[in-house]
Ligand binder design. Structure first.
Ligand code: MLT
Length: 328
């Protein structure tokens, strides 16, 4: 039987080539598909590879009569309704390692751009000015970096920031103390401890019911005056209105944002257009290197599932109970 793999988001050529090299796999990847095109193509698909642009929700799954696997080429599965996939016996996998270094590097690039006002200084020179007074920056050595979420990316940021001579604290209720100690930093037991201590806060948590909106008015009130905030994880970790208020009051001296609660952000997003914010459009994983690895790993996940019956990095493990009850 031919397995049709639908790829509605842009996937690296190396990944597509890997899929096409396997007999019995047909790849449907005409380039970035819009929602209507994806919905029209989904009934024929046995497998789906997506990035963050495609929502795998009830509407799509309703039409996905043949779908067996969804692979998220990347980390975040917040655009996939995992319960609905489980209900329909669709296995969801991701490629959690592939983006780590590129995302960590982007967080550090944002941090430096923020600390030294690089985008604003660049814009000023492009406007014909030579202004050396406005853009007084912050030296990073000796500053305390608070890392919220100490998974793969948080740890990669920590290792790299140590080379800059930063002092580090991390908060992550799911990580054992010795993991942080091994990397030479302390894991604080409460988020408040990190908020009190950090000069710069970098977010690397996943979005859950507990973390959604965790950077809100109360959290900001507990931060140091003049704190800097970097978010290259997920926009919904932040309450946008509360952070905008903090930035306007000066309590938060600046923020660097790669991610937004809705992407692309609506024109009335209160975080847009602020002079003390550095913006990028969700570029954390956008390097040639990361996209190649992501593409290849996503293809391998499909091939392993189809050919070897091997499932790595499954995000809805209870699907296997569903599958066995379906087969008995
Ligand atoms: C991820 O979750 O892998 C990154 O945010 C990049 C992306 O969404 O493609």
């Amino acid at each position: 039987m031919t397995c049709r793999v639908l790829v509605p988001d842009n996937l690296n050529d190396a990944g597509l080539a890997k899929l096409r090299s396997v007999d019995g796999i047909e790849v449907i990847a005409p380039g970035k598909m819009n929602r209507a095109e994806t919905l029209a193509a989904i009934p024929e698909a046995h497998a789906l590879i997506i990035r963050s642009g495609t929502q795998v929700d009830a509407e799509l799954l309703e039409k996905a009569d043949n779908l067996r696997f969804v692979v998220r080429a990347g980390v975040g599965v917040d655009n996939i309704d995992l319960d609905a996939c489980t209900e329909r016996a669709v296995v969801v996998m991701n490629t959690p390692d592939a983006n780590t270094i590129s995302t960590a590097e982007h967080a550090l690039a944002l941090l430096m751009a923020l600390a030294r006002h690089i985008p604003q200084a660049d814009a000023s020179m492009r406007a014909g000015k030579w202004d050396r007074k406005t853009f007084m920056g912050t030296q990073l050595m000796g500053k305390t970096l608070g890392i919220v979420g100490f998974g793969r990316v948080g740890r990669a940021v920590a290792e790299r920031a140590q080379c800059l001579g930063m002092v580090e604290v991390a908060f992550d209720p799911f990580v054992p103390e010795d993991v942080a100690r091994h990397l030479g930093l302390s894991l604080v037991p409460r988020l408040e401890d990190l908020l009190n201590e950090a000069d710069i806060i970098s977010l690397h948590a996943t979005v859950t019911d507990k973390t959604r909106g965790m950077i809100n008015r109360d959290a900001i009130a507990q931060m140091k005056d003049g704190v800097l905030i970097v978010n290259a994880a997920r926009g919904s970790l932040i309450n946008s209105a509360d952070l905008a208020e903090g930035l306007k009051s000066g309590k938060v001296a600046g923020a660097a944002l790669d991610v937004y609660d809705v992407e692309p952000p609506a024109a009335d997003n209160p975080l847009l257009g602020l002079p003390n914010v550095v913006y990028t459009p969700h570029l954390g994983a956008s390097t040639y290197e990361a996209q190649e690895i992501v593409g290849v790993q996503a293809a391998e996940a499909i091939i392993n599932a189809l050919v070897k019956d091997r499932f790595d990095n499954v995000r809805n493990r209870d699907v296997f109970d569903r599958l066995s009850s379906k087969n008995t």
